[in-house]
Design a protein around this ligand. Sequence first.
Ligand code: NAD
Ligand code: UDP
Ligand code: UDP
Length: 324
Amino acid sequence: MHLRKRVLVTGGAGFLGSHLCEVLLNRGEHVLCLDNYFTGTRDNIAHLIGNPFFEVIRHDVTFPIYLEVDRIYNLACPASPIHYQHDPVQTTKTSVHGAINMLGLAKRLKARILQASTSEVYGDPAMHPQREEYWGHVNPIGLRSCYDEGKRCAETLFFDYHRQHQLEIKVARIFNTYGPRMHPNDGRVVSNFIIQALLGKPITIYGDGSQTRSFCYVSDLVDGLVRLMDSEADVTGPINLGNPVEFTIRELAELVIAEVGRGGSIISKPLPSDDPRQRRPDITKAESLLGWKPAIALRDGLRSTIAHFDRLLSEPGSRELMRV
Ligand code: NAD
Ligand code: UDP
Ligand code: UDP
C-alpha cells in the first residue's frame, strides 16, 4: 500500500492555494483543502473535486480545528489591499489567531508547518533589493497595517513555537505573484491592467507609475513553496520567494497593452496611502538553500494570464461583474 502524506492547505480555494493543491495531488499526496471562501471560490478547485485524495473543509482558521495531518501549508488570509482592508480587524484575526490555531494543531501532531508570509513585512523598504536580514519599515497604524503587522506577528509566533516547542517551521516571504485564477476584482495591478486592456478601458496607473514591483509567475512560486516544505529541518527561513526582475508599473502597463494588442490609453489615479515605492527580492538564500529560481519570464506569464482572463470574459454575464 502506498502511504500518502496527508497535507493540509489552509486558504486552499484561493489563487495560490488552488495551484498548490493541484501540485500536491500530482505528487501523490492526500490533500485537505480548508477555506472559508472569503476570497477563494469553489470554481478554483472544481476540477479537483472527485479526486478521492482531495477533501474540502469549509472552516474559518480563526476557530480551532482538530484534524490528523502530516504537513500544513498555512495560506489562509486575504492578500490584496481591497480585500484585506474590507474588514481589517478580521484580517489581523486571520493572520494572528489563524497562526495560533494552525501552530497549535502542528504542535499536537508534531507536523511540519509552512507559513505564507509576505514581502509586506518589509513595508516601504529602505533597503533595496530586500534581503531576509532586513527588519523592515512598516507603519503600525496605517491602512495596510492590519495585513503587514498581522503577518509580522504570525512570523513571530512561528519562531516562538519553533524555539519554545521545537516545532519544524518554514516561513516563506512571498513577493507579488500573478497568474491564472487571480481574483478578477481584487484590484491587483496585473489583473486590473489585463482586464482593462481586454475590455478596451483605460489602464489605471496609480501615482506616476515610477514605483516598482517584481512579478513572479504562480507555477514558479508554488514550486518554491514545495521545495521549502521539503527542505532540511534546519532550514526555517524566513526565505524570500519571488522574481528578482524589477519593473516600473508604467513598464508593466506598456507590456500588457502590447501583449493584449488592443486598447492603449493610460490614465492616472491617486497613489494609495503607504504604497511601497520599490520592491524586489534578493533570492540568494532560495537559490543556495532550495536550488530554486523562477523560470517564467514576465512576458510569457502574462500571455497565459491574459488567455485565462480572455476565457473568463467570454462567459455570459462575466463582463458586467468586472469592477476594474
Ligand atoms: P487569495 O485571497 O486568493 O487566497 C486566500 C485564501 O484564504 C482564500 O481562498 C480565502 O477564502 C481564504 N481565507 C481568508 N480568510 C480565511 C479564514 N479566516 N479562514 C479560512 N480561509 C480563509 O490570496 P492568494 O494570493 O492566494 O494568497 C495566499 C497567501 O499567500 C496569503 O496568505 C497571502 O498573504 C500570501 N501572499 C500572496 C501574495 C501574492 O502575490 N499572491 C504575496 C504575498 C503573500
Ligand atoms: N488547536 C487547534 N487544533 C489542535 C490543537 C490546538 O485548533 O489540534 C488550537 C487550540 O484551540 C489553541 C491553539 O491551537 O487555542 C494553540 O494551541 P497550543 O497548544 O499552542 O496552546 P494552548 O492550547 O495551550 O492554548
Ligand atoms: N496599481 C496601479 N494600478 C492599478 C492597481 C495597482 O498602478 O490598477 C499599483 C499600486 O499602486 C502599486 C502596484 O501597482 O504601486 C502594485 O499593486 P498591487 O495592489 O498589485 O500590489 P502591492 O501594492 O500589494 O504590491
